[in-house]
Write a protein that binds this ligand. Structure first.
Ligand SMILES: [Fe+2]
Length: 173
């Protein structure tokens, strides 16, 4: 899908856009844990929505935030802490480059870092990376944990109304 050919006035060239739906499909095909569990597709959808909400304030790269949402937990082997699931997912993202994932090196490096390190608890990074991490951490209510502002990265995510909104929504999901 991401390598469709496009006819232009200059002839035919390879399209180089990334189709988020194709990335989501690839992530769903890869996932080994319960798709309906705490790290499944509904979680990815809430991370995506959280990320878009935060990006309006942080200026994060929205396409990268969306790709992060779909990919970051797709290589889990269990629903516990599962060390290195971030590194596995980052490698999976690398494997999609050139077929489904078309990003310049600089943007791919941001996505790779966001995915690889999302499980490590860091709070300082590029604003797009921090927005990705916050989007994920704002969904902790699904496992009964209220997001702690000290463990969030951006002012937008630390905002009390945002935490309240995300917590309520994740609890009722
Ligand atoms: Fe997650």
């Amino acid at each position: 899908m991401g390598t469709a050919r496009v006819t232009t006035g200059m002839g035919t060239r390879r399209a180089t856009h990334t189709d988020p739906a194709a990335i989501l499909a690839a992530a769903k095909a890869r996932v080994a844990v319960d798709r309906h569990g705490v790290h499944g597709v509904a979680h990815w959808a809430r991370v995506r929505e959280n990320g878009h909400r935060l990006a309006r304030h942080t200026g994060a790269d929205k396409e990268l935030v969306e790709l992060f949402a779909f990919l970051h937990d797709c290589c889990r082997e269990d629903d516990n802490s599962d060390p290195d699931h971030g590194a596995r997912a980052a490698d999976f993202a690398s494997s999609l480059r050139g077929s489904l994932l078309h990003l310049a090196d600089e943007r791919f490096e941001l996505l790779f870092k966001a995915i690889r390190d999302h499980e490590l608890g860091f709070t300082r990074a590029d604003v797009t990376v921090m927005t990705c991490w916050d989007a994920d951490r704002l969904d902790l209510g699904r496992v009964g944990v209220r997001p702690d502002p000290k463990r969030l990265c951006t002012a937008a995510a630390k905002d009390r109304d945002t935490i309240d909104w995300a917590f309520r929504r994740s609890r009722t999901a």
